[in-house]
Design a protein around this ligand. Sequence first.
Ligand code: AFP
Length: 333
Amino acid sequence: MNVSHITLRQFLLNEAKLHGLDLDLVLLLEDLATTCRIVSHQVRRGALFQNLGAMSSTNIQGETQKKLDVIANDAFINHCTNCSRVAALISEEVDEVIWIKENPRKGDYLIYFDPLDGSSNLDVNLSVGSIFSIIELKEDIDQTNETQVLRKGSEQICAGYSLYGPSISFVFTFGQGVNGFTHQTGTGEFRLTYPDLRIPEDTSEFAINASRYKLWDDPVRLYFEDLIAGKDGPRGRPFNMRWIASMVAEIHRILVRGGVFLYPVDSNNRELGGRLRLLYEVSPMAFIIEQAGGKASTGTERILDIEPKTLHQRSPVILGSKTEVEMAESYFK
Ligand code: AFP
């Protein structure tokens, strides 16, 4: 192992010096890293401790909760509230805002998270992940209600994810580029292994759930048909497809080697606004992708410009290599 890989703590303190990062935010990132280590530990031992399988409950998404969804959610709630500036938590697994402070002050943090994304992969031992996003309050709040946390993705001060794969990756941005860390078993350190991630502008690899072809609107169907037409079609080259059914894993692959990820609105999910949730899945990933030189769009609008209307609202998403996202967008014009 190249021991020159600096630790998360060394990196964060360097960032604090270089970019005037708040030490409260450094502490919060360390707490989030600890949380992800705990979630990974629970996921890895799931089958051994009968923690796979479903609860009898469903979440606000109307989805059956997995036991590990609840365990992961509890880990975030228990380990992300040490920092005295955390005003509220917004979780995919919890209907309402979890207010930590009665009277949130300017400068306090709102933390949005999907504690365990891709959990339908758990029972079959495939990669899952956690996603988080942090927004800072711009003024004191005199009443704690949902509207106070409906903020545009462009207001994020930090976004990141942890991928529980063959190794644990911990990747995040503060708005000055994207850096990735790998968990070192034994010492428990996260070490810098992906400094300054940049997404290749072009790609020949796409990720979409092609089984929903018949449900798509024309722009998506035509874009997809031209991709699979390959070198004999209008794109003039062959494309490869990947679908892991775990957004965190797809995004990590795209950050490392390029690609485009699509989860469009279709005739089955139109009333819901799509499949993926804006505040704690699509928005944080859009921030990360843009910070790595990629693009993140609904097909017609920049994801980070969307004004959220409800806590668990969903959004169509096309994100990844810049020129390929722009190509996909051209089918919507
Ligand atoms: P689960 O958390 O229910 O497994 O959903 C995962 C997810 O939200 C996202 O991570 C995947 O990209 C997408 O849904 C998979 O959707 P399909 O089930 O349609 O493949």
